[in-house]
Design a protein around this ligand. Structure first.
Ligand code: PLP
Length: 494
C-alpha cells in the first residue's frame, strides 16, 4: 500500500512517497516449513541453553550445578571430553596457514608436513572455491578408501563431497520428491533429519517399524507393511532409507538382512539411501561388524540405485562443526549424475575445511609413519570409552524398574523404553506435552541432563522412550543422577 504524506515540508527531497510495508509474517512464507520438526535441537535443547546461561551468570537457584548435554551426538561439544584427533587438527592447521610449518620447526611431524604440502599442491589456498563436487584429489582418496573397505572399485566421479551428510541427504530427498504424493520409507524410530527434509520438500514419510524386542532389527516384513499402507494412502514410494548403524537405536544390520533389503528395493524399484555415518562406531565389532550396502549391492550384482552417505561428524573424528562428508552414487546413470552435479554447483562447493577433514578421515596415518602411534592411541581410547560407557549405562538402566534398554552395538546412543505412570501421562496431556517429553523435561529440570524424547524420533503408539548419548564424561555420576531421578519421578506419579 502506498500513501502520499501531505504534511511533509514541500522541499523536494523531503517530499517522499512513504511506503507502508506489509510486515514479514509467517502466513506469507512457505507454509510447508511450518511442518518441519527437529527434536534434537528442540524444546529441551533450548531450555538447557537457558539453564546454562543462568548457571554462567552465577545463579544458585537451580538444583544442579551443570547442564549435561546428552541430547546430541556432538562429541567435541564443550562439557564432553572427546578430544580432536591430533593428526586431523595438525593437517587442518597447516592447511589453514601453510607458513606455520616453517615458523614452528619441529612442532609438526614430518608426515603431517608432507600431507599438508601435498594437499596444498592439489588445492592451493583453502580460501578459494574448489570444484563443486569436491577437490578431485580428495575424491580419489575417498574412492580408494571405499574400494579398500569393500573390495570393489569406486569411481571418484561418483563421489560428491558435502557439508556434512545432512546436505547430501537433503539434496537427494529434494530430487526424489517429484510431487506431494511421493514418499520415502523411513525407519521408526528415525533420525529426524529425514522427516524434516521430507516436510521441507513436501514429501511424505512412509514409516516402517524397527523391532525393539529383537535388538531394534529391521525386517522386510515391516517394510512390506509400510509399502502396503502407502499404497492404501495413495502414496508413491520412491526410496528406502536405512540408517546403519542406527540412530537412535545403535543397531547393526546383518549381511543377510542387507541382502534381503537390496532384493526388496529391486522388487519395488526403490532407490536405497544408505546412511552409514556411524560405520566406524562399533562397540563389539567381532560380534557385530559393519558391512556397507555398496559391498552387498556389488556382491549381489544388483542394479538398484544406491546412494551411500558418510561424515566426519561421527566415528572417532567427531568433527561436527567442520561440516564434512560425502555421498557415493552406485548404479546411477551419467544423466542423473549430471543433474546432481548441476544442483551441487548452485552451492559452489562444500567447505574446504570439511573436505580436508574428509581426507584425514579416509587417509589416517599408516603403521610405520611418525603420526601413527599417537593416532592409534587416541582412536583406541575413544572407541574403548564409548564401548564401556554404552555397556555400563545400558546395564544400569536395565536394572531400573520400568526401564528396558537394548545395549547398542554401534553408533553413539542408547534409546531406553520407559514406563510412564498413568497419572504422569494424564498430567502430560493436560500440559499439552507428549508423556516422554514431559518425563525428559522433568529430568532436565531436576538434574540438568538434557536428552531427547522418543516422540522426536517416532515410536509405536503408547510406548515411551528417550535418547541419550554415550559421550558424557563422569558416567558414574551421570547415571546415578538418572537413576535417582527415575525413582523419584515414578514415586511421585505412582
Ligand atoms: C543418522 C545420521 N545421519 C546424518 C547425520 C548428519 O550428520 P552431519 O550432517 O553432521 O554429517 C546425523 C547426525 O547426527 C545422523 O545421526
Amino acid at each position: 500500500m502506498v500513501l502520499l504524506i501531505s504534511c511533509l515540508p514541500r522541499s523536494s527531497h523531503l517530499l517522499r512517497r512513504a511506503v507502508i510495508m506489509r510486515p514479514l509474517t509467517l502466513d506469507v512464507l512457505n507454509q510447508q516449513l511450518q511442518e518441519v520438526q527437529y527434536a534434537v535441537r528442540g524444546e529441551l535443547a533450548i531450555k538447557a541453553e537457558l539453564y546454562r546461561e543462568q548457571l554462567k551468570s552465577g545463579s544458585q537457584s537451580l538444583p544442579f550445578d551443570k547442564v549435561i548435554s546428552s541430547n546430541i551426538g556432538n562429541p567435541q561439544q564443550k562439557g564432553l571430553d572427546q578430544p580432536p584427533i591430533t593428526f586431523t587438527r595438525q593437517v587442518a592447521a597447516l592447511s589453514e596457514w601453510p607458513a606455520l610449518a616453517e615458523l614452528a620447526p619441529g612442532v609438526f611431524p614430518p608426515d603431517v608436513v608432507a600431507r599438508a604440502k601435498e594437499l596444498y599442491d592439489e588445492i592451493g589456498s583453502i580460501g578459494a572455491y574448489s570444484h563443486s563436487q569436491g577437490v578431485p584429489f580428495i575424491r580419489k582418496n575417498v574412492a580408494k578408501f571405499i574400494s579398500d573397505r569393500d573390495g570393489f572399485p569406486a569411481d571418484p566421479d561418483n563421489i560428491f563431497l558435502t557439508a556434512g551428510a545432512s546436505a547430501g541427504v537433503s539434496l537427494l530427498i529434494n530430487m526424489l520428491i517429484t510431487d506431494p504424493s511421493a514418499g520415502i520409507l523411513i525407519p521408526i524410530p528415525q533420525y529426524p533429519l529425514y522427516t524434516a527434509a521430507l516436510a521441507q520438500h513436501h514429501g511424505r514419510a512412509i514409516p516402517y517399524y524397527l523391532d525393539e524386542s529383537r535388538g531394534w532389527s529391521t525386517s522386510v516384513a515391516s517394510i512390506e507393511a509400510g509399502l502396503a499402507q502407502a499404497r492404501k494412502d495413495g502414496t508413491s514410494p520412491k526410496a528406502l532409507v536405512i540408517i546403519n548403524p542406527g540412530n537412535p537405536t545403535g543397531a547393526l544390520l546383518t549381511r543377510d538382512t542387507m541382502a534381503d533389503l537390496v532384493k526388496l528395493c529391486e522388487e519395488h524399484s526403490l532407490v536405497l539411501l544408505a546412511d552409514e555415518v556411524y560405520q566406524n562406531n562399533l562397540h563389539r565389532a567381532a560380534e557385530h561388524p559393519f558391512t556397507s550396502f555398496k559391498k552387498v549391492v556389488r556382491e549381489l550384482q544388483s542394479p538398484i540405485p544406491l546412494v551411500s552417505f558418510h561424515s566426519i561428524s561421527k566415528g572417532v573424528s567427531g568433527e561436527c562443526g567442520r561440516r564434512g562428508g560425502y555421498f557415493e552414487l552406485t548404479n546411477i546413470s551419467a544423466e542423473v549424475r549430471a543433474l546432481v552435479y548441476k544442483l551441487v554447483s548452485v552451492g559452489l562447493c562444500p567447505p574446504l575445511s570439511g573436505q580436508i577433514g574428509v581426507d584425514s578421515m579416509v587417509r589416517p596415518p599408516k603403521e610405520g609413519e611418525p603420526s601413527f602411534a599417537l593416532w592409534k592411541k587416541e582412536t583406541d581410547t575413544i572407541h574403548a570409552a564409548l564401548a564401556s560407557r554404552t555397556q555400563l549405562m545400558a546395564a544400569r538402566l536395565n536394572a531400573l524398574p520400568g526401564v528396558s534398554c537394548v545395549e547398542s552395538p554401534g553408533a553413539l546412543y542408547l534409546f531406553p523404553k520407559i514406563d510412564i505412570p498413568s497419572k504422569a501421562v494424564e498430567a502430560a496431556v493436560a500440559a499439552g506435552k507428549e508423556p516422554d517429553a514431559f518425563y525428559a523435561l522433568a529430568l532436565l529440570d531436576d538434574t540438568g541432563i538434557c536428552t531427547v524424547p522418543g516422540s522426536g524420533f517416532g515410536q509405536k503408539e503408547g510406548e515411551w522412550h528417550y535418547r541419550l548419548t554415550c559421550l558424557c564424561p563422569g558416567v558414574e555420576d551421570y547415571v546415578g543422577k538418572l537413576e535417582r531421578f527415575h525413582l523419584k519421578f515414578t514415586e511421585k506419579w505412582a
